[in-house]
Design a protein around this ligand. Structure first.
Ligand code: FES
Length: 165
C-alpha cells in the first residue's frame, strides 16, 4: 500500500508535464509582459528634468513665476503632482539664479509675488517673504524652499530637477 507521500509514476508524469508547461509559459510570457509594462515604468520614473522657461524670457531682478504638473504612472494608478515657484535671476550670469518653491513653509498654501511691495505673500495666515524667500512676517518656520538642482541647456532653457515619492 503506498504511503500518503508516495507519487505514482502516472502522477509524476502529470506533475512534470505541468511544471514544463509552466516553465514554457513563463519563458514565452515574460518578454511580452515586459514589453507591455515598460512604457508605464518609464512614465512612472521618480525623477526628471523639467523645463521651466528660457533665460531670454526671464528678466534680471524680477521673480518669474512657473508651474507645471507631472503625472506618475504606477501600474494602473496615476498620480498628478503640481510644482510651482519663482525664478530669480540675480545678475546677467546664467548661473546666478535662485529658484524658490511657491509652497508656503507653514501649511503649504501657494504664495504669490506682489511686485509693488516686492514681497511674496501667503494668503492663508498673512505671511510675507522677501524676494529671496526669507520670512519677513507671519508663522512660517523657515524661508521658502529652494530648487537647488538646475541646469541651463545650450538653447538657454532652464531645467530643474524634480523628485517625487
Ligand atoms: S500656510 Fe502660509 S502662512 Fe500659513
Amino acid at each position: 500500500m503506498p504511503g500518503p507521500h508516495h507519487i505514482s509514476r502516472r502522477d509524476f508524469v502529470k506533475l512534470t508535464t505541468v511544471a514544463v508547461g509552466a516553465a514554457i509559459g513563463a519563458v514565452i510570457g515574460v518578454p511580452s509582459v515586459a514589453f507591455l509594462i515598460s512604457p508605464a515604468l518609464r512614465a512612472g520614473s521618480k525623477d526628471a528634468w523639467a523645463p521651466i522657461g528660457n533665460l531670454e524670457d526671464i528678466p534680471v531682478g524680477e521673480p518669474f513665476a512657473f508651474s507645471f504638473t507631472r503625472t506618475q504612472v504606477n501600474g494602473w494608478e496615476r498620480t498628478a503632482t503640481n510644482f510651482g515657484g519663482f525664478v530669480l535671476r540675480k545678475s546677467e550670469d546664467p548661473a546666478d539664479i535662485l529658484i524658490l518653491s511657491s509652497r508656503c513653509t507653514h501649511l503649504a498654501c501657494q504664495v504669490s509675488w506682489q511686485a509693488e511691495s516686492r514681497v511674496y505673500v501667503c494668503p492663508c495666515h498673512d505671511a510675507a517673504f522677501d524676494v529671496e524667500g526669507n520670512v519677513l512676517d507671519g508663522p512660517p518656520p523657515r524661508p521658502l524652499d529652494v530648487y537647488d538642482e538646475f541646469q541651463v541647456d545650450e538653447g538657454g532653457n532652464l531645467l530643474i530637477h524634480v523628485k517625487e515619492g
